[in-house]
Design a protein around this ligand. Structure first.
Ligand code: FE
Ligand code: FE
Ligand code: ZN
Length: 278
């Protein structure tokens, strides 16, 4: 059975997200741990978590994915901003243990003229501070489109980060179809080759989640503008091939397309209709 969901608003809590997911025939979902622009997180509500965990079990919701605020920059040139990213993510990881055995995804950051080597060193340094041997959460680096000075614009940069993390058994990668396409990986005409490359450079065992998005821009544009499925340069057929690929089909897929709930429902139905039967 295909594991697919979409990005949901976390403002009403976990149980509300679970119910919303079920309403649109999703069996997973993604959410921001706090305001995507950063700032304080609402304190967790233990009874909401408890109710959600029971609901998720009953409705076969699994592998939920938390997304860090995208404004955090673990490799900023400003020490205070690096510290802020570190403290925020450490706090997020503490909170994630209330919903154990899930994943936490973040954008590696932008090195802003410091050079990619310095950026990678800062990112790995932060991970070495916040990862704990006993945690059940897997922390994912997201593949980036390479706009500006984003770190993670290719598989090699992600591998470099992973190599420097001591507790890398708690690490994985989230592949965003829009981002890799914008980064120059031709998943439309050469999906097998891209997956092979990922396996060679990072290792498919590290791939834990897929962000399923179309792209408003052509291959290699380094822009990062998501489109609805079938309304971008990647196209519906290529994204259906992603979901059905033998190396990927067991993974959880998360739509981050510009949609309301009804739009997500349609895209989930489209993917389910074209996915391998159990
Ligand atoms: Fe993201
Ligand atoms: Fe993404
Ligand atoms: Zn994006």
């Amino acid at each position: 059975m295909l594991t697919i969901g979409c990005h949901l608003s976390s403002s009403k809590g976990y149980l509300a997200m679970g119910k919303e997911a079920v309403k649109i025939n999703a069996n997973t979902f993604q959410f921001f741990t706090r305001n995507p622009r950063g700032g304080n997180a609402k304190e967790l509500n233990p009874s909401d978590i408890e109710a959600f965990l029971a609901y998720a079990k009953d409705h076969k919701i699994h592998q939920i994915l938390a997304h860090a605020p995208y404004t955090l920059n673990a490799c900023s040139a400003d020490e205070h901003l690096r510290d802020f990213a570190c403290q925020t993510m450490a706090d997020d990881l503490r909170r994630m243990e209330y919903t154990p055995n899930n994943c936490y995804n973040f954008h590696p950051g932008s090195h802003v003229k410091q050079g990619v080597e310095t950026g990678i060193a800062y990112i790995a340094g932060m991970l070495n501070k916040i990862l704990k041997p006993e945690q059940t959460t897997t922390v994912l680096l997201e593949t980036m489109s390479g706009k500006g000075s984003e770190v993670g614009r290719n598989f090699e940069e992600l591998r470099e980060i992973l190599d420097r993390v001591d507790l890398r058994d708690h690490m994985g990668v989230c592949l965003d179809t829009c981002h890799v396409w914008d980064g120059g990986y031709d998943i439309v005409n050469h999906l097998d080759r891209v997956i092979q490359k990922f396996d060679q450079v990072i290792g498919l065992h590290r791939l834990k989640a897929i962000h399923l998005n179309d792209s408003l821009n052509p291959l290699g544009a380094h822009k990062d503008r998501h489109a609805k499925i079938g309304e971008g340069h990647i196209g519906k057929d290529a994204l259906i091939r992603v979901v059905n690929h033998p190396a990927l089909k067991h993974l959880p897929f998360y739509l981050e397309t510009p949609n309301d709930l009804d739009g997500y429902k349609e895209e989930i139905a489209l993917m389910r209709d074209n996915a391998p039967q159990p």
